[in-house]
Ligand binder design. Structure first.
Ligand code: SF4
Length: 473
């Protein structure tokens, strides 16, 4: 069974003094937030008193997720992956979104390398009020030359604060790079059946997380993990192999699924670590000569493996059309399924509206708000009133009577919409047409326009239909 914690499971290990130093009203409130990952244990200073040493140890054991958290890098852009406590996201939230790394190699020209690294660091796409970014650089050793690999790692470290994955199976190559950038805590890739002892020494000496690789061989992967755990290493990442082409892709998906289910539902601690997928392998394995097709495959392979538990993706394509579906998929998977994404109810100004600007009404679902806001912007400026529907989308809210005439009228009063415009007209969404008559009765001398069902039609609606001068105060 998945390890779903209850507040009492951790409360019993807290000091129980209810001192409030953590900012919570009492220890139980802190325990509740602790299991929801909204606070960290470091925020309770009391538990670090020597007298609570045994309680702290027991609590850390209880709090350890079946899939261990592993942090790569240092500073603000350090990335934590893993920390999963459930297989299905409807059981609880999936914490620590899948990190996305873009590959570079040590045979690239210096200016080309720096340009790509900067592109990765600066890539940002805004959606539903959140910034979607890339996370890491994966440096592959192509030259086989330790000095060259180390120089390239150093150059990357000097040009970005993003964490790195150092990729080579040669311990000499790896050590040379770790001498240079080991203090940045890169992820070492990878310990295999042949080199694991040397790589274990390196990971231990430089205190860096280590990837364990056994492509297509889960028994070997588990055996390597056990050996590395016995060696004293616990910051591991698993690479079961990514075969993104043909029937082998189905087997890859099955391997990822088996690993995660065994870790969480069967409590198999040997494989309770984050999973790495390498969709970039499509560039070496695909026989398709059309580059656009290969890019498209890399995009959907990334999305599928992310949904099937990959905690870290190594990708090659940098085209926005390849990356955006992956970033949006990640955003959707890693929101809290118990809480709809919502904006605060209220009256929002879109592009400096004045007293003759249109007044629009919608729900406070974040997805709806940002789509409608963009379309209002495209139409000019306006006032956008978000009625509190608990973050539920408009159609569902209308059907479930969470977006009614009296709620709209009440919100117009509460948020001052009546005073903001002179024209006494309000535009409701097309999907809420059924409330227009009742709302007009409630607002007395106001005119209620039924806007388009699809908000992308707002600009043409304003141009062709909306006539504020007809009903000026
Ligand atoms: S700081 Fe620790 S002991 Fe004090 S109330 Fe918070 S959880 Fe309890």
């Amino acid at each position: 069974m998945p390890k779903i914690l209850r507040p009492m499971d951790v409360y019993k290990y807290l000091p129980g003094t209810n001192c409030g130093k953590c900012g919570e009203a009492n220890c139980m409130a802190f325990a509740t937030k602790l299991i929801e990952r909204q606070v960290s244990i470091e925020q309770c200073p009391e538990i670090f008193e020597p007298k609570y040493k045994d309680k702290l140890k027991a609590m850390l054991e209880v709090l350890r997720a079946p899939v261990k958290e592993v942090t790569i890098g240092v500073g603000e852009r350090a990335v934590t992956i893993g920390g999963k406590v459930c297989v299905y996201r409807h059981e609880l939230t999936w914490y620590h979104p899948t990190a996305i790394a873009i590959d570079v190699h040590d045979e690239m020209a210096e200016d080309e390398l720096i340009k790509r690294v900067k592109q990765v660091e600066e890539f940002v796409f805004e959606r539903i009020g959140m910034q979607l970014k890339l996370d890491m650089i994966a440096l592959r050793c192509v030259s086989g030359n330790p000095e060259k690999f180390a120089r390239t790692a150093d150059l990357i470290a000097k040009n970005t604060s993003l964490p790195m994955i150092l990729c080579s199976f040669d311990p000499n190559v790896m050590e040379e790079a770790l001498l240079t950038v080991g203090s940045k805590k890169p992820l070492i890739y990878a310990a295999t059946e042949k080199n694991w002892k040397e790589f274990a020494k390196l990971a231990s000496k430089y205190e860096c997380p280590l990837t364990v690789s056994a492509p297509g061989d889960l028994s070997m992967l588990k055996s390597l993990c056990r050996s590395l755990r016995n060696y004293g290493l616990d910051d591991l990442v698993l690479d079961p192999g990514t075969y993104p082409v043909g029937d082998a892709f189905g087997e890859t998906v099955n391997m990822f699924t088996m690993l995660r289910i065994s870790a969480i539902e069967k409590n198999d601690a040997d494989i309770g670590y984050p999973l790495m997928a390498v969709p970039a392998a499509i560039w070496a394995l695909s026989k398709d000569e059309d580059e656009a097709n290969v890019k498209m495959q890399e995009s959907y392979v990334s999305c599928v493996l992310m949904a099937r538990y990959a905690d870290l993706l190594v990708m090659h394509s940098m085209d926005p059309w390849v990356l955006l579906p992956v970033l949006v998929c990640r955003q959707n998977l890693y929101t809290d399924p118990r809480v709809p994404l919502a904006v605060d109810p209220g009256l929002y100004e879109v592009k400096e509206p004045d007293e003759m600007s249109p007044l629009y009404v919608t729900c406070n679902s974040a997805l709806t708000y940002f789509l409608v806001k963009n379309d209002v912007e495209a139409a000019g400026s306006g006032w956008l009133l978000c009625v509190d529907t608990g973050g539920i989308s408009l159609q569902s809210s209308v059907a479930g009577r969470r977006f009614t005439a009296d709620m709209v009228a009440e919100a117009m009063k509460e948020f001052g919409a009546l005073e903001k415009v002179k024209h006494k007209t309000v535009i409701i969404p097309g999907y809420a047409a059924r409330i227009s008559g009742e709302l007009e009765d409630m607002l007395k001398d106001w005119k209620v326009y039924v806007g388009p069902r699809d908000s992308t039609a707002i600009p043409s609606f304003i141009e062709k239909v909306w006539k504020p001068e007809v009903s000026k105060k």
